[in-house]
Design a protein around this ligand. Structure first.
Ligand code: NAP
Length: 264
């Protein structure tokens, strides 16, 4: 492993690039600069053309990219068939996917209004998807591997409006712990960790009620006076995927300007 290119020779799957502001895009850039070869997804036809263009412009014209809707088992299975047409080994997977339907109580208003249907959808897309993708990628992680998912502090403490996504993040973090245990005993272990990112201006984040005031609150209260950048999230994800993190699994790593330690 070279220090300049700690992921040289590794192959990674990146999910969740919607545009250049996506956290997944920042992490993909860092993984690419660290020497990894990457395989991407887009979800359905809505952003297909723009995501393919973004990926090919930034990571090379021949970068593999395929449809993947984590809400559909057939789509997951098709995606891993596609992956196997391009590589017989995967070393890391990024889970940067979240969704909650805009319904009463889901991303603003009263938590107690959350409808059952919205709860089920959000948990499936935002948390169960980690289990499904981990199960799909595990047979390809023949040399061991690293799975990283994106979480948020609202899984642990009340952040008004984050409501349903907070429950999904709690399920995501707990799933990553159990996956870390499940896959840790292999001869070549697969490590599973979460990065808990501070607020970042992205498409998904704009759906959360009052999101822009969160930046002001972070600036006022974080020990380092701000949230985090895409480049910093990329650097942390590169470390987690590298051999330097070989003994780190089942953890939630806060990349949030230190907000998590504050009591007031
Ligand atoms: P983003 O750019 O909007 O990315 C969210 C991604 O999830 C999009 O690419 C979206 O695809 C994808 N997605 C939604 N439903 C899907 C499905 N059924 N199948 C496959 N993909 C699906 O927003 P982001 O903020 O970077 O989010 C990435 C992750 O970081 C999420 O887990 C989020 O909760 C987490 N996070 C974000 C922040 C923040 O402040 N931004 C903080 C902490 C954690 P489409 O757009 O095509 O639907």
């Amino acid at each position: 492993m070279s220090l300049a290119k700690p992921l040289e020779g590794k192959v990674g799957i990146v999910t969740g690039v919607a545009n250049k502001r996506s956290i997944a895009f920042g992490i993909a850039k860092a993984w690419h600069e660290a020497g990894a070869k990457l395989i991407f997804n887009y979800q359905g036809d809505r952003l297909k053309d723009s995501v393919i263009k973004l990926v090919r412009e930034n990571f090379g014209e021949d970068t593999p990219i395929c449809d993947l809707d984590v809400g559909c088992d057939e789509s997951i299975s098709n995606f891993f068939n596609f992956v196997q047409q391009h590589t017989n080994r995967v070393d890391m997977l990024l889970h940067a996917i979240a969704f909650a339907p805009k319904m009463p109580g889901t991303l603003d208003g009263h938590f107690s209004d959350i409808p059952r249907e919205a709860f089920n959808t959000s948990l499936q897309i935002s948390a169960y998807s980690l289990i499904a993708l981990a199960r799909g990628v595990a047979p390809l992680m023949t040399e061991g591997g690293s799975i990283t998912a994106l979480s948020y502090y609202a899984s642990k403490k009340v952040v008004p409006n984050y409501n349903l996504m907070a429950i999904s993040k709690a399920a995501l973090e707990t799933s990553s712990m159990y996956l870390a245990h499940d896959f840790g005993g292999r001869e070549k272990p697969i490590r599973v960790n979460c990065i808990s990112a501070g607020p970042v201006q992205t498409l998904a984040a704009r759906g959360v009620g009052g999101f822009s005031t969160m930046f002001k609150i972070y600036e006022e209260r974080c020990p380092i006076g701000r949230s985090c950048s895409l480049a910093e999230l990329g650097a942390t994800a590169t470390f987690l995927a590298s051999d330097g993190a070989a003994s780190i699994t089942g953890q939630v790593l806060y990349v949030d300007g230190g907000y998590e330690i504050m009591g007031m």
